[in-house]
Design a protein around this ligand. Structure first.
Ligand code: ATP
Ligand code: MG
Length: 463
């Protein structure tokens, strides 16, 4: 059943071909040509068409092309069922997904995702669907549907555009093109219902605002702050994936500011909240900002970014606080305090966002390396610089120096010089350090001897 609001409601069902035609736009008139699409995506569509199925290129790639940006990936939507897609592409096709099955067509490393048209639950059942369950989350949306129904279940109008290479037409059922031109993000249907069905749509709204420099229309904007807590119902592994898309796609700082403004950041990182202040200038807050800023710069320079680094930075100050407590109140030594505090902080982090173990292991390394960076004598620097995570650890140290000032500034300068020196210069640098700080092992040996002497002396005296 179509949504009530007239703005968002193309009336299908009894529509004639003429009605349907008004949603079609000549692609060329919008500057869209088939050569802009990936050859593989076009091949998939053509092959499906040849077998008598409808098939379109859909979603983010069309939106990005219309904005003059380079799409990340190309998705295909079709009325062929996954098994039918498999029958056509055979060994080139893999069926994936439990909740709803998707076909992946493999072209070497390139994968084209083919989704069968789906209908939203509510278009099959009553309009009161959202009221039926307390939180209104869609647990099942594997009902197959028509092209129009497939458009209706998509999130934003600008994401519900379909390109037919065969006809060289774009299908735009919800004024997506107009919205795109206006820079407007507008949810299809009733925003509250759509956020309730899938609260991740709130995060997607922020992501597109930041990345594509668009604004949210009033109706889609208004409910977010109140509905933000619904994100608690999303599996932490999905939230982790989503958080990387939010923070590691080049507009991290802007995304962060928006997430805070819309009260969504605390849903992703509740453990950071105690460190946040009214002025926004606590060490932890400055670290979040600094780390995101550097991530954005790296992405702009086409450098690789490591998710573990971001999390190590975000939680560095909470970690430090925990370490101090464990040392002062628990009487632990520095090393044990770090190890235990790392576990506790990572548990907190993963309660909301399930970071995979391969990432948390690196976070732990980066933290422990902060301790090792203090050792500049003997063979320690040589060993440290050969560690795979040295560079990430050094970067974190540099950010700490920027935020805290104090002793770490000298330390960063030293390590900077060490990295860019030749062997002889490195030896000299370490030699200097050996003079300032005698090798701790030797010192303790000397100290022990001294102690032994004094004890023997006092024993003698006692005799
Ligand atoms: P990106 O540039 O990040 O890939 P995208 O819009 O292509 O952006 P995808 O996650 O690749 O995002 O999703 C592809 C399409 O699937 C979207 O354009 C949208 O039409 C639809 N879609 C994705 N997630 C949702 C959702 N949570 N609710 C409704 N529709 C969605
Ligand atoms: Mg996409």
């Amino acid at each position: 059943m179509p949504p009530k609001s007239s703005k968002n409601a193309p009336h299908f069902g009894h529509s004639s071909q003429q009605d349907f035609n008004k949603y079609k736009i000549k692609a060329n008139s919008l500057g869209i040509h088939s050569r802009q699409f990936s050859r593989n995506a076009l091949t998939v569509v053509e092959k499906l068409n040849r077998h008598g199925y409808e098939a379109y290129i859909v979603g983010g790639c069309l939106r990005d092309l219309l904005l003059g940006k380079t799409p990340k990936d190309f998705d295909v939507a079709t009325n062929a069922r996954p098994e039918q897609v498999q029958a056509i592409f055979q060994r080139q096709c893999r069926l994936v997904g439990r909740r709803f099955r998707l076909a992946h067509i493999m072209f070497g490393r390139d994968v084209i995702e083919v989704a069968t048209f789906r209908a939203s639950h509510s278009s099959h059942h009553s309009e009161n669907h959202a009221k039926q369950s307390e939180q209104g989350m869609l647990l099942r949306d594997n009902v197959y549907g028509t092209l129009e129904q497939d458009a209706e279940r998509r999130d934003f109008t600008v994401n519900a555009l379909y390109y037919s290479p065969k006809e060289n037409l774009i299908y735009d059922f919800y004024h997506g093109i107009d919205d795109l031109k206006a820079g407007k993000l507008s949810l299809i249907g009733d925003p509250i219902t759509r956020y309730q069905e899938d609260p991740v749509r709130m995060l997607r709204a922020i992501r597109f605002m930041a990345k594509l420099d668009m604004f949210l229309d009033k109706a889609s904007d208004k409910p977010i702050r109140e509905l933000a807590p619904l994100l608690k119902n999303i599996p932490p592994a999905r939230l982790f994936d989503e958080s990387l898309k939010l923070l590691q796609t080049g507009a991290g700082v802007k995304t962060y500011q928006l997430l805070r403004e819309y009260h969504l950041f605390e849903q992703l990182f509740p453990a950071l909240m105690p460190y946040f202040t009214e002025k926004g200038d606590s060490f932890a807050e400055r670290m979040v900002f600094t780390a995101l800023n550097s991530t954005d710069e790296r992405i702009a320079d086409n450098l690789r970014v490591n998710p573990a680094f971001l999390f190590a930075a975000f939680f560095w100050y909470p970690l430090r606080e925990k370490v101090d407590i464990l040392k002062n109140e628990g009487g632990l030594n520095n090393y044990d305090a770090y190890a235990l505090a790392s576990n506790e902080i990572l548990d907190l982090l993963c309660g909301a966002l399930a970071a995979p173990r391969r990432h948390t292991a690196v976070v732990r390394d980066i933290w422990l390396l902060q301790l090792q960076l203090l050792k500049r004598t003997g063979k320690a620097p040589e060993r440290l610089i050969a560690q795979p995570k040295f560079r990430a650890a050094y970067d974190l140290l540099a950010m700490r120096a920027e935020i805290e000032g104090g002793e770490s500034i000298e330390l960063v300068k030293w390590w900077h010089e060490y990295q860019f020196s030749n062997t002889q210069q490195r030896d000299d640098l370490v030699h200097e350090q050996n003079k300032i700080t005698p090798n701790p092992k030797k010192r303790s040996y000397r100290a022990r001897r001294k102690q032994r002497k004094t004890t023997t002396a006092s024993n003698k005296a006692a005799n």
